[in-house]
Design a protein around this ligand. Sequence first.
Ligand SMILES: [Zn+2]
Length: 680
Amino acid sequence: MMQFRRDAFLVVAEAALSVVARPIQIAPSAWASANLIVPDGPRAGLAYDMSLTPYVAEPLDKLGPDSAENEIAVMKAAQTGFTIMLIAALGHMIDRAPCRAMVIQPTDNAVSKFNRDKLDPAIRGSDALKKKVAVQASRSSQGSTTYSKRYPGGSLTLAIATSAADLRSDTIRMMLRDEIDEYPDDLDGQGDPLEISDGRQISFLASGDWKRADVSTPTIKGGSKIERRYEAGDQRRWHVRCPACGDAFVFEFGPNFRFEPTFPHKAYYVAPCCGSVIENHQKLDLIRGGRWIATAPRPGAFPSYHLDALSSPFVPWDEIAKASIAAGDDPARLKTFWNLWLGLPYEFKGDAPDHVRLLERREDAPPRGHVPPKGLLLVAAGDVQMRGIWVEILAIAPDRQTWVVDAFYCDGSTEAPGSLSDPPDSGNAFSQLLAKTIGREFPDAWGGVRRIDALAIDSGYRSHVVYATVRACQRQHPMSGEDMLFAVDGRDGWGKPPIGTPSLVDIDLSGRKVKKGCKIWPVGTWSLKGAFYADLRKDGLRAGAEVDPEGYCHFGTWLDETYFRQLTAEYLAEETYRGRAHKVWKLRASERDNHFLDCRIYNLALAEYLGLSKSTPAEWAKLAKERGMPASETPDLFRRSLADGTSTPAVVDMGDDEGWDVDEQLKRLGALNAARFGQR
Ligand SMILES: [Zn+2]
C-alpha cells in the first residue's frame, strides 16, 4: 500500500513538471531505442536496435541539444545503416527539442523516396511522433515537389539541392544534408548549394544554437564533397579491440584483409598489432565493442566519421572479397567498389590517351557496318550541331568490350524535325540520322542481320526539333517493349548516374501542349568519361596482351584521324573554383571538336540503360540465343562471372535512378545476411 502511494506521488509530480518544463531530455540514441521503428528494409516494422549499428549512436547524439558540437560529417559505405541516423535525429528533434529543420536531398526523386520510404513510415510507426506531426499538403514549385511537416514548436522542410529558392529562404536551426556528393557544384552561377544552405544558419552562429550534418557516400578523389568535409573534421574511425592482445585497430581493406581468390573466399582479418587471426564470425562482437577514435584531432576540428563495409554488421567479409574480385581492374567497377563498399573516393586518371597510339592499333575485322560476334548490344548516338549531326554506332559485349560499327557525319539542316519516310539523301540531317541508324540493317557474324537496340539524340542543342523528331518516330524496342529513341541531355557532376530518371516535355514547336510528350533522359557524363578513358588506355592482343581485356575498345582500319582526335579531345583538369579544388572535364587546347566523344558517352549510357552492368549470365545467354549466337560460343561471353555462378555484385547499382542506390544495396545485403546468420 505504501509502495503504491509512493508511485502515485511520483506520477503526479512528473505530470505537474511536464506542464511547466521542457520535455524531459534524453539523448537521441536513447530516444531512438525507445521510440523508433525501422521504416524499411528487411527489419521494417521492428523496433530500432541500436546495438546492430553501435557506431551510429555517437554521431547521432552530437545532433541532440545536449551536445556542444554544431556540425558533423559522415563519409560512409552504402551498407552501413546511417540513413536511420537522420531519421532518428529528426524524430528526437520533433519529440524533444522542436525547431525549424531542413533535410536536403540531391534530387526531386530522392526527396520523394526519403519521405515515402523512410520518414513517413517512421512517423506513422512511432506513437510519440504520429500525434505531433501534421502533414502539410505538398506544394509544387518549378516542376518539383516540396514537402513540409508541422509540429508543435517548429516545422520541417524537405528541400532539393538543385533549387536555390528552396535553399535560400527562412533560417533553420537543424540542417541535415544527405548524399551531398550528388549535389551540383554550382547552381546556375548562384553558387555552391552547400554554401547557399550554410547561409540559412548564420543567425544562429552567435548563440551557437545550430546543428548540421553532412552525410554521403563519396564519388571521386579531388571532386568529392564529403571527402572535403571529412578532412575538415577530426576524422574518426571505428576502432575495435584485438581479442588477443587488447590493442585498438580499424578493420581496413588492405594487406590485413585476406581471402581466397576463388569461391569459397574464406575471408579473415589479421590483427595488425599481434598477427592473430580474426574470423568473420568474430567480427560482429568486435564491432559491437568498438569505439570512435579521432585520427586527426586538432583544435577547432568538428567530429567527422568514416565507416566502410568491413565494419558493417550487414556485410559478411566474403561478400567484400567477392565484390573486390568482381571489380578486378575495371575502373567503372572499381569506382563503385571504392565508393559503395569502402566508402572512399576513387581516383580516375584524367589524361586522355594518345590518339596516334589508338590509330596504330586499328583492326581489319569486322568490316565497317558489320556487327562482331560478341556484340550483343547495338546502339547509336547522334550529336546535333547548328548544321549536321555526328553519329557513332557501337556494338558492345557483356564484358564491356566495344566495337565501332560505324561513325559518320550527316550533313544537312537541323532546323526541322526528321522523318523515317524521307529519302535517305534528304537535306534534313535528322532524316538522314534515322535512315542510317534505326532504318538500317547490319549484317552480323552468324549470317543474320541486326537492328539498332536504341538511338540517343543529344537534345542540348535544337532541343525542340529533337523532341519533335523523337515524338514523331517513337518506336518500341522489339524485345523490351520500351521506347528505343532517347532524347538525351548531358549533365555535369560526379554523383550523377549514367542515365537518370527522365522528365517529360509535352510542348511542341509552336508552344502547344501535345498528347504524347517526349522524355528527356539525363546522362551523367563525367563518370562515364572517366571509365571510358581508362578503357581506352587498356592494352589488348594487338599490344601483346594475352587477351583483349574487359572494356577493351576496338577500332576498324576505316576510322580516320578526325575520329580519334575527337574521341580523345578532353582531359580531367583540376580547377579552383570559389577557393576549392574541383575536377572537371575540359577540351584540350589543341582540339576544337569532341562530337564523337559525346556520341560515345551517350552510347555507353544507352548500354547501361539496356542492362550492360546489371544483366546476369542467364539473361545474357537468353539474349545471345535470341540474337542467333550459336550455343557453342556463349561460354566465352562470361569470363566475368564468378566461381559460384553469380554475376558481378560490385555493379548492382550502376545505372539506377538515384545513382548509387543505397536502399537497394541495403535491402539486398540485409536479406542475404538474414539468410546467412539468422535475424539478429
Ligand atoms: Zn593484437
